[in-house]
Design a protein around this ligand. Structure first.
Ligand code: SAM
Length: 246
């Protein structure tokens, strides 16, 4: 449970910047179709749990479970790779921004297929074209992240026979995940923003300080603006986020 343990360390301030982005939630909820019973795996604090359906959450980190607001779905302490449910006991299983933390993502997705008739997963494609070299934060400031994960969404989709739909990130995305501030670079200078993004803990304090210093310098000198002028007119960006739907 390496990642679950890490959320017991890094998850303390999750809700400061992490919350439901309604335009992306609408895509997830549409993909759930007419499912009435839904299990949300790696549920965290409950963002993206659909209203008006019978939701069961699964979350291994006690710290994350403790931050679930009153009135959210009942939450079971378990990991994706071993779901404590009978075969086909839900209409749908969903997982949002969590599979890259799982010890064995394919085993977790197969468990979701075992317990539910439909699977909906929000994750990222990490090929050269779609993400690693296109997002300025990884390309210009965090090369160690660009080198670390390759091809996640495609590999997972083919393992469970899912179709893949691209998801654009609105410029003012309400959920502060890694790519969310692509048009608001100053946000990454903010400690609270970085504490809500696990990548920064993963690269460690030396790389974090180097990247922040370098970004701050480039913003002050105008270099960031010169390099990324083409982004400033966009309302939404394609940075490799994907919905996998079976
Ligand atoms: C970035 S958070 C996403 C939480 C929530 N889905 C959201 O969108 O806000 C990732 C979550 O995955 C959980 N997690 C880590 N390893 C897991 C595993 N093997 N099975 C299920 N969840 C896991 C973490 O504890 C954490 O709560």
């Amino acid at each position: 449970m390496a990642s679950a343990q890490s959320y017991d360390t890094i998850g303390a301030t999750y809700t400061v910047t992490r919350r439901t982005e309604p335009r992306i939630a609408a895509r997830v909820w549409a993909a759930l179709g007419d499912a009435q019973t839904v299990v949300n795996v790696g549920a965290g604090t409950g963002s993206y749990e659909p209203p008006g359906r019978d939701v069961t959450a699964v979350e291994p980190s006690a710290l994350m479970r403790a931050q679930r607001p009153a009135g959210t779905a009942p939450c079971v302490a378990a990991v994706a790779e071993s779901l404590p449910f009978e075969d086909q006991s839900f209409d749908a299983a969903m997982a949002f921004a969590t599979v890259h933390h799982w010890q064995d993502p394919i085993a977790g997705l197969r468990e979701m297929q075992r317990v539910a008739r439909r699977v909906v997963v929000f994750t990222c494609e990490t090929t050269d074209q779609s993400w690693r070299r296109r997002f300025w934060l990884t390309r210009d400031y965090l090369p160690e992240v660009a080198a670390s994960r390759v091809g996640l969404a495609t590999e997972l989709a083919s393992a469970i026979g899912a179709r893949m739909e691209p998801v654009l990130i609105p410029w003012d995305c309400a959920d502060g995940f890694f790519e969310a501030y692509w048009r608001r670079p100053e946000a990454y200078l903010d400690d609270d923003v970085r504490r809500g993004i696990s990548v920064w803990a993963k690269v460690g304090p030396d790389a974090e300080q180097r990247a922040v210093r370098s970004l701050r310098d480039d913003l002050a000198s105008g270099r960031w603006g010169e390099r990324n002028r083409d982004l400033l007119d966009l309302d939404a960006a394609a940075l490799g986020l994907r919905l996998l739907v079976t």
